[in-house]
Design a protein around this ligand. Structure first.
Ligand code: AR6
Length: 175
């Protein structure tokens, strides 16, 4: 399983599945979530609403992942996951790692060969970028044995120079 860095806007990234840094309501928000719903059109929100009415009446808990259509995006699926809100006194690293693990498990079940991730929790939710990038890269790398029979490539999509530098450093640190 290859790990790559493709900086820019994830809504323009060509991948089988694009991961959304959503919130528990699944009903939209700002940041990457807002961009995905804006560019992906109404079908994504319609499926999110259906999920809320059926299997997720209380919303999607942090660390879990669920898929919908990608609507008008250049992808087949959007995988919605909810990152933890960063907190100084509580270590929620395993919840953030779980976002990557669960998203990749969903991707494998769907048959997605390429999966694009934003820097989950590193925006509105306040996670320090270097640490967010390290968790993203290390966790995805560790999933290769479990999902690599289907998922051929994981694309990290840092938004801005600071995020790109963090992801490049995290990837270099692996090898
Ligand atoms: N493409 C790629 N990355 C982006 C894009 C984009 N178009 N737009 C922003 N980013 P955030 P979170 C980066 O805040 O911290 C929403 O309101 C951004 O610069 O989108 O997990 C949800 O509804 C940052 O590096 O997600 C939740 O309420 C990274 O994506 C809450 O924000 C994540 O920033 C989730 O917060």
């Amino acid at each position: 399983m290859k790990l790559s860095i493709v900086p820019g806007d994830i809504t323009a990234t060509h991948a089988d599945a694009i991961v959304n840094a959503a919130n528990s309501t699944l009903l939209g928000g700002g940041g990457v979530d807002g961009a995905i719903h804006r560019r992906g059109g109404k079908r994504i929100l319609a499926e999110c609403r259906r999920l809320r009415e059926t299997e997720l009446p209380d919303g999607l808990p942090a660390g879990r992942a669920v898929a919908t259509t990608a609507g008008d995006l250049p992808a087949r699926w959007v995988i919605h996951t909810v990152g933890p809100v960063w907190a100084k006194t509580i270590d929620k690293s395993d919840t953030l790692a779980s976002c990557y693990r669960e998203s990749l498990r969903v991707a494998r079940e769907l048959g997605a060969r390429t999966v694009a991730f934003p820097a989950i929790s590193a925006g509105v939710y306040g996670w320090p970028m270097d640490d967010a990038a390290r968790i993203a890269v290390e966790t995805s790398h560790a999933m290769a044995d479990e999902v690599g029979d289907v998922v051929e490539e994981v694309l990290f999509v840092p938004f801005g120079d600071r995020a790109e530098a963090a992801f490049r450093a995290a990837l270099e640190h692996l090898t």
